[in-house]
Write a protein that binds this ligand. Structure first.
Ligand code: IFL
Length: 467
């Protein structure tokens, strides 16, 4: 197992301007950022009060009706929102709310359920959520439960290739669906590396690393990955190379393996993949930078449609050193936000038309703004985050919390009765960290997972260090 090396962000820090950013040069000078942070915190507290009253311990509150839905199991609640919200409550100083959630976890977390979950979703949300809550407060049972869940996911990786099946039964270990993708293969290492370090058991780290490397070794001759692969045979089933859905966090976690764990293999793999993506997928049109989907073996262009999920990618490119390119890509997404208010789930940059008019209360643009801001502290990124928050407050606020949008092109926007649990872990935390300058977070040395879980960087108010 690789030695833990902390703080790539600290090493990369320093005042580097984002370059000429006319599209971002909007008024921000008069914004009272700390007052805005208080508003974010108040919205979190308000939404939490509804979750507490109507759905406490259930997976996801329905923000229009006040009901609840289940995820990641179909048959039973596991308290997903509560797990995802905990470290956000903590970093916002909502200590009474955090304490109530922590008390619930002491008696209610039970993962011995005869039901099937997505291995990827369960790891980033539940293993990651429990680890970040443990990082916040040090409670040993949170670490034990994170480990218990990871143990239940491990059977999915028992394939000849080391690539995981997509689904596993939490009680029986029965696996299903080997037709998987880069994101569902390679989004484990920061959480599982952290778990190995804390538990003193290398199996989690080594299993996650094996899967990442096994996929990388199957890249094409031009160093691109396709979107679908058979976990048992290791044969590609698709041809589309993309930075969006199905691929996104594979690249994110290559960089993160280096950033959090100091794993030089991950840095090398990140550099190889990124060089190929920049060479074959970059598409500059009308003064904007986009990333086309291409054939993974020839580089031939397949599509100019972008998933909203890809809006995180500019922040990742900047973290990896390509700051101007990353900023240009994020600015392209900001121009779409300026047009629609809320990003559509799918957008064709060739036609300028949405290809999917929904929005699943997505955090990606706020995520990118936060990552850019951590690197250069340019107020332009705070403004992007501010506009993202204010648009969300205007269009997504519902009677019992925040809701998805069914159609971003209607006015008023039509809402859908669903609040994904990542909302509690991601954008609310990104906004707050971006605006608040809270002493509970180390802005130099930190690590946030793809789900916004803080695995490194929490600080107690008294300045001592946390676990
Ligand atoms: O689960 C979230 C996470 O950011 C991710 N993919 C999609 C979700 C948010 O849109 O990796």
């Amino acid at each position: 197992m690789t030695d833990l090396r902390l703080g790539r962000r600290a090493l990369l820090g320093g005042a580097v301007a984002i370059g000429a950013a006319p599209a971002l040069a909007r008024t921000g000078d008069d914004t009272d950022w700390h007052a805005l942070a208080k508003d974010v915190r108040a919205e979190m507290q308000w939404a939490w009060s509804h979750y507490r009253a109507h759905a406490f311990g259930l997976d996801q509150i329905r923000p229009i009706s006040g009901g609840a839905d289940r995820f990641p199991l179909k048959t039973q609640h596991v308290g997903l929102t509560l797990i995802e919200a905990m470290d956000t409550l903590w970093v916002m100083g909502l200590d009474a709310e955090f304490a109530a959630a922590l008390a619930w976890t002491r008696t209610h977390l039970d993962f011995a359920i005869d039901g099937e979950v997505s291995v990827f979703e369960t790891s980033i949300r539940i293993v990651g959520g429990l680890l970040s809550a443990h990082h916040a407060c040090g409670a040993p049972h949170l670490l034990a439960k994170a480990r218990d869940m990871a143990d239940r996911l491990l059977p999915a990786f028992a394939t000849p290739t080391g690539l995981p099946y997509r689904f596993v039964n939490l009680k029986t270990g029965a696996v299903r669906d080997p037709a998987t993708n880069p994101a569902e293969i390679g989004t484990f290492l920061p959480e599982w590396g952290t778990l190995s370090r804390l538990a003193g058991d290398p199996r989690y780290h080594d299993t996650a690393k094996r899967a990442v490397v096994a996929l990388f070794e199957r890249r094409s001759k031009i160093d691109l990955l396709a979107d679908t692969i058979d976990a048992v045979s290791g044969r590609w089933l698709g041809r589309r190379a993309s930075v969006g859905s199905g691929a996104d966090s594979y690249y994110e976690y290559l960089w993160d393996g280096w950033q959090l764990l100091g794993d030089a293999d991950c840095k090398r793999m990140y550099d190889v993949c990124t060089r190929a993506i920049l060479h074959y997928q970059q598409d500059r049109r009308g003064g904007q930078l986009w990333f086309a989907d291409v054939d993974f073996e020839t580089g031939a262009r397949l599509s100019t449609e972008q998933d909203e999920l890809a809006a995180f990618y500019g922040g990742l490119l900047a973290q990896g050193g390509a700051r101007a390119t990353g900023a240009a890509y994020t600015r392209a997404w900001v121009s779409v936000q300026d047009r629609f208010g809320i990003l559509p789930e799918g957008y064709d940059y060739a036609t300028g038309a949405p290809t999917q008019v929904t929005n699943a209360l997505r955090p990606e643009l706020a995520d990118a703004a936060f990552n850019h801001w951590l690197l250069d502290h340019d107020v332009a990124w705070r403004i992007v985050g501010r506009d993202h928050f204010l648009a969300m407050k205007r269009w997504n606020r519902a009677p019992f919390g925040y809701a998805d949008i069914a159609d971003v092109t209607t006015r008023p926007m039509r809402q859908a009765d669903h609040c994904p649990a990542y909302w509690w872990s991601e954008q609310m935390k990104y906004y707050y960290l971006l605006f608040s300058d809270t002493p509970r977070f180390d802005y130099q040395t930190n690590y946030l997972s793809t789900e916004g879980n803080v695995l490194l960087g929490f600080r107690p108010a008294d300045g001592s260090s946390l676990n």
